[in-house]
Design a protein around this ligand. Sequence first.
Ligand SMILES: Cc1cc2nc3c(=O)[nH]c(=O)nc-3n(C[C@H](O)[C@H](O)[C@H](O)COP(=O)(O)O)c2cc1C
Length: 217
Amino acid sequence: MSDLRRYLRGIPVFAGDLPAFDPTAAPDEPETLFVAWLRAAVDAGVREPHAMTLSTVGADGVPAARVLILKNVDDEGWQFAVHADSPKGQDLARQPAAALTFYWPAQARQIRVRGTVRPEPADLSAADFLARPVGSRAEASLGMQSQHLTDPHTLEVAVKQAHDRIADNPGLVVEQWTLYALAADTVEFWQGDQQRRHTRLRYTRADIGWTRDLLWP
Ligand SMILES: Cc1cc2nc3c(=O)[nH]c(=O)nc-3n(C[C@H](O)[C@H](O)[C@H](O)COP(=O)(O)O)c2cc1C
């Protein structure tokens, strides 16, 4: 066994006091359970519990994943905002299917969401853009995300120019900034257990409402 292998094996998982999860008492809607778990994560001191991994399908058929901030969950779905020209925006334009994954280590909780993604109306995207801090708006207005940065000085100059443009026109909106909503087909709630008797509850969208199933750990 290599040193790293031994080292990794020695890192504890699911340590400490973990919350209880009784799937027989789960609500009818996954969104309700998500918000309850989110609030419990905040109360437990989980940092950035609204950070989630968005997985998309690349043009080459290979998955691509990155962390984003959840903006809202409502009847429209699970919402996040990105620049439409970014690699993830292009993935979603080609293949509007995605997965979201939340992991809250302090509670050994994972939530997995899969479904279809569609852009929200332009006015909602604009409102999301204008609600962002000025630095975020300046950066997003460059439209260069994930392209090669050959010289960091170019970035500094571009950001400064973007700040100036926003100072001149505080209502400036980048039209490619897009609020997306993922309409979930399945949502799985996973509660880890030190004895590895993990509890898994999966909601699957039905003609009316949701069905609920337990899964083997
Ligand atoms: C905690 C955290 C939150 C992030 N939130 C966002 C976000 O809301 N929108 C976004 O476009 N990128 C966000 N990012 C950056 C993305 O993870 C990613 O690096 C970037 O969007 C480029 O992804 P792409 O090349 O797959 O398009 C966040 C990163 C972290 C670590």
